[in-house]
Design a binder for this molecule. Structure first.
Ligand SMILES: *Cc1c(COP(=O)(O)O)cnc(C)c1O
Length: 394
């Protein structure tokens, strides 16, 4: 394992977010002075005698790699966590986290519009292995408290949720979960640590699809887990090595390069989303706009309290599935594609695309729903593109 660098998260509590994004885990290379941490492709590392790892040295790249240490230190610092773990995808991170945190037979309370892949992992992989799960309306902490499922050891929440962008009061849910002896996992993919730090609000673990805003350029798949629970961290470290779903050094390099501009990008995603929301709110073809900044949005008050700004994701409903399919087919700048959180704007139809696996379940989404990932392009161009597609509905 690599030693904590001199810019390790422990000594940087005083730095602002953007300073930590650029510098933590990324001190100039002590040998060459390289300002950018070099990618170490070597799978194995010379040892000074049997069992003699070099000072600050590594052993084998599944168990540890310098670029992985850099990413883990930096992202843990951004989440305000003592420990961070990188994985080859968001779902690999979730898989290891569930294995680490679920006791034998323990179950999961899952917010009722969770990411489709999370639902699939919990329902199709962990339920058959003896871990029950329950869908819950996490906008109602008192209701959860009254009907807290016996045997639930994790409450798993997203805020804002995907794709309905409902916002959940992290502090209130953490209070309820902890009263019932359960731990709280927050999927912070949509907000990112720039907009929201769940551990500071009482959550026990944060999980990310780093594929989205953290990477931010649609060119790397990755996952991340952050926690300050030392015992859980030990299990995560063990399973990261034992199950081996680790990212490559080049993927980690791309991720770290993306993270440096996270704050800048998020500010632009948020302001562009506002421009798009202004158009949607006034458009006759739009039945309902879902954006956490809107005063009538479910959880607006929680979002205003716990988020720095309201994010780059916007969902809206048109009359029916046919109209939704027409809109997503007619935009030009907004590319029809799954995924989200990168510099280019994307549009998709959750019921038939990202959330198709939830059809017929408690997590099914409305057929007229369209989801936007608003990118960092010039706002006027985005608004004009969307207006043209909506106007064509007649
Ligand atoms: C994409 C996504 C995931 C899964 O991450 P992958 O990197 O695709 O494995 C989990 N949660 C949310 C909210 C996501 O958007």
């Amino acid at each position: 394992m690599g030693e904590e660098s001199e810019l390790g998260s422990g000594e940087t509590g005083g730095w602002g977010f953007d300073t930590r994004a650029v510098h933590v885990g990324q001190a100039p290379d002590p040998r060459t002075g390289a300002v950018v941490p070099p990618i170490t492709l070597s799978t194995t590392f010379a040892q000074d005698g049997v069992g003699g790892l070099r000072e600050g040295g590594y052993e084998y790249s599944r168990s540890g790699n310098p670029m992985r240490s850099a990413v883990e230190e930096c992202l843990a610092s951004l989440e305000g966590a003592d420990h961070g773990f990188s994985f080859a995808s968001g779902l690999a991170a979730e898989d290891v986290l569930l294995r680490a945190a679920l006791p034998s037979g323990g179950g999961v309370v899952l917010g009722n519009d969770a990411y489709g892949g999370t639902y699939r992992l919990i329902d199709k992989v962990f339920r058959p292995a003896g871990h029950p799960w329950w869908a819950a309306d996490l906008t109602d902490p008192a209701g959860l408290d009254e009907a807290f499922p016996e045997g639930a050891s994790i409450v798993w929440l997203e805020t804002p949720t995907n794709p309905l962008l409902t916002c959940i009061d992290i502090e209130a849910i953490a209070d309820v979960a902890h009263r019932h002896g359960a731990m709280v996992v927050v999927d912070n993919t949509f907000a990112t640590p720039y907009l929201q730090t769940p551990l500071a609000l009482g959550a026990d673990v944060v999980v990310h699809s780093a594929t989205k805003y953290l990477g931010g350029h649609s060119d790397v798949v990755g996952g991340f887990v952050a926690t300050s629970d030392a015992e859980l961290a030990g299990t995560l470290r063990f399973l990261q090595n034992a199950t081996g779903a680790v990212p490559s050094p080049f993927d980690l390099y791309l991720l770290l390069r993306g993270v440096k501009t996270l704050g800048l990008r998020m500010d632009r995603h948020c302001s562009n989303a506002r421009a798009v929301v202004d158009l949607l709110v006034g458009h006759p073809a739009v039945r309902r706009v879902r954006y956490p900044q809107l005063p009538d949005h479910p959880g607006h008050a929680a979002a205003a309290r716990q988020m720095r700004d309201f994010g780059g994701m916007v969902s809206f409903e048109v009359a029916d599935e046919e109209s939704a399919l027409a809109v997503v087919a007619r935009t030009e700048l907004f590319t029809l594609a799954e995924s989200l959180g990168a510099v280019e704007s994307l549009i998709e139809h959750p019921a038939r695309m990202t959330h198709a696996s939830a059809a017929g379940s408690a997590l099914e989404v409305p057929p007229g729903l369209v989801r936007l990932s608003v990118g960092i392009e010039s706002p006027n161009d985005l608004v004009a593109d969307l207006a043209a597609a909506l106007d064509s509905l007649g």
